[in-house]
Ligand binder design. Structure first.
Ligand code: ATP
Ligand code: MG
Ligand code: MG
Ligand code: MG
Length: 470
């Protein structure tokens, strides 16, 4: 069996052998992109290179990039634990060409790596291409029969960095996990169905055009390549397990949780809390290690939500004391070879996690009690929606992030009146803003006073005004 560390290394060295420079993962906090909450793809650190704003001493690069897709445009938080393939934190393997090779080599390398280096069964592989990309469709036929090349529309297979700038068609490689895993959908087919049977492994982006404000696309003088493959997903295939959670990247965390709780992980519905905690503990460890702290705004609030969500699922496993901080060393020992910075930060990470857990546990039980009482009462009244006011009270008094309340509602076949919740949030923000403004005005008043020459205070001190001293 190939370990995840071996897969990571095989990927990096394969592309090195094709003239790529091995570049370290960048931080989860984007360094040069204020529009981005967290690093969510390998290409982020090369954005300026693709835009032609920066040049590098090499034109081919390969990375294994730490990514987080929680909050912001790419938000997979809600899929975690439900699908076998989505995480908040994951590692993205990627090869990049900055105006060097293009479609032909990108396809050739990807195919060779999967079928020659990793020896995946060719007959289980499928690809998708952008419906108008005849070139990619032609190129793929050198490797794969046309009936396993699916043409998809713009939503799935056209990539752009933003509303303007570099963009282009993409092509994705999937593995069919077998008919026995097809879902109950009427049409369980690639591109039609989002279930776990069709496991997307690798996305090859062909950066080919530049789009202007009017939406006009002009061909780039030097087209580029950006690819991304989830390490956890390819490990699942290589280790012949069905779910990412059964790979050597995540299963040891679940095993540790089993020993902590004395409960057995069985997969399926029942295993949900185990999967969420295993996933979230990685995100928490890596985010704090990269300098994010739990807080009330922006990326800090996303981290807080992740910690609180994990803490709440801990309750379902009867973990009533802080426990996440005890998982941190497990995550570190699994990942430290690839990310040595973790070991240095371990005590710090544990301290932050523990204090956030303590803080939330103080109010979690009371909040849960109120929420469950509400759910019970509403069900008796045959109502299916938790009022926005209740959700807001849980947020405001008990520190429940809204997605936590939504999770619990959903588990009980209910929804939350998000609209009213949002209105109450807006009202509160405005109140806080007004209060801040008042504070500011008082502040300004004192600042002005402080700068006035003391002679002004002649009424207080008639003998020694500064003007009379001079
Ligand atoms: P999906 O359709 O499965 O949500 P995606 O199309 O959103 O994936 P891309 O943006 O194409 O993903 O990212 C490139 C690769 O990164 C994917 O092919 C997949 O292997 C991996 N990946 C994407 N999102 C996640 C995630 N949340 N957890 C783990 N791996 C992921
Ligand atoms: Mg996605
Ligand atoms: Mg996809
Ligand atoms: Mg994709």
């Amino acid at each position: 069996m190939m370990t995840s560390h071996e897969i990571r290394e095989k990927f990096l060295s394969y592309f090195e052998s094709k003239g790529h420079t091995r570049v370290d993962s960048s931080s989860l906090i984007p360094q040069n992109d204020p529009t981005l909450l967290f690093t969510n793809a390998g290409m982020n650190q090369f954005k300026d290179v693709f835009l032609g704003l920066k040049s590098l001493p090499y034109s081919r690069a390969v990375t294994c990039q730490k990514c987080v897709r929680a909050g912001g445009k790419h938000n997979d938080l809600e899929s975690v634990g439900k699908t076998a393939r989505h995480h908040t934190f994951f590692e993205m393997l990627g090869n990049f060409s900055f105006g060097d090779y293009f479609k032909k080599e990108a396809i050739e390398y990807a195919w060779e790596f999967l079928t020659d280096v990793l020896k995946l069964p060719k007959e289980q592989l499928w690809v998708s291409v952008f419906e108008e990309d005849e070139e990619a469709f032609e190129l793929w036929q050198a490797y794969i029969p046309a009936d396993r090349i699916v043409r998809l529309g713009e939503k799935d297979n056209f990539w752009s960095m933003g509303d303007t700038g570099p963009c282009g068609p993409c092509s994705e490689i999937y593995i069919d996990r077998g008919e026995e895993h097809s879902c109950n959908a009427k049409e369980c087919a690639l591109g039609k169905c989002d279930c776990d049977r069709w496991r997307e492994l690798w996305n090859l982006v062909f950066m080919q055009y530049s789009r202007d404000e009017n939406g006009t696309m002009t061909p780039l003088p030097k087209p580029s390549i950006d690819t991304g493959m989830g390490l956890e997903r390819i490990a699942t295939v290589m280790q012949d397990v069905y779910s990412n959670y059964d790979t050597d990247l995540l299963r040891p965390i679940i095993t540790f949780l089993e020993s902590m709780t004395g409960k057995k992980y069985k997969g399926g519905e029942e295993g949900f809390p185990f999967r969420v905690i295993a996933d979230h503990s990685r995100a928490i460890t890596f985010l704090i290690s990269d300098g994010v702290l739990p807080g009330n705004e922006g990326r800090n609030y996303v981290l807080r939500r992740i910690i609180r969500r994990a803490a709440r699922y801990g309750k379902e496993l009867n973990l009533n004391e802080p426990f996440l901080y005890k998982i941190v060393p497990q995550v570190v020992s699994l990942m430290k070879d690839a990310y040595p910075e973790l070991e240095k930060n371990i005590t710090y990470i544990q301290k932050i996690v523990k204090s956030e857990e303590e803080r939330f546990l103080e109010t979690l039980s009371d909040g849960l009690k109120i929420l469950y009482e509400n759910i019970e009462r509403l069900s008796k009244e045959n109502k299916r929606e938790i009022p926005g006011r209740t959700a807001f009270m849980l947020y405001d008094t008990y520190g429940f992030p809204i997605d936590l309340t939504c999770d619990i509602a959903e588990e009980n076949g209910m929804s939350v009146d998000i609209k009213t919740f949002e209105q109450l949030m807006t009202k509160q923000r405005e109140k806080a803003k007004a209060a801040r403004k008042e504070m500011y005005e008082v502040d300004e008043f004192f600042k002005i006073i402080a700068h006035l020459p003391s002679s002004v205070f002649v009424g207080y001190d008639t003998f020694e005004s500064s003007s009379s001293v001079q």
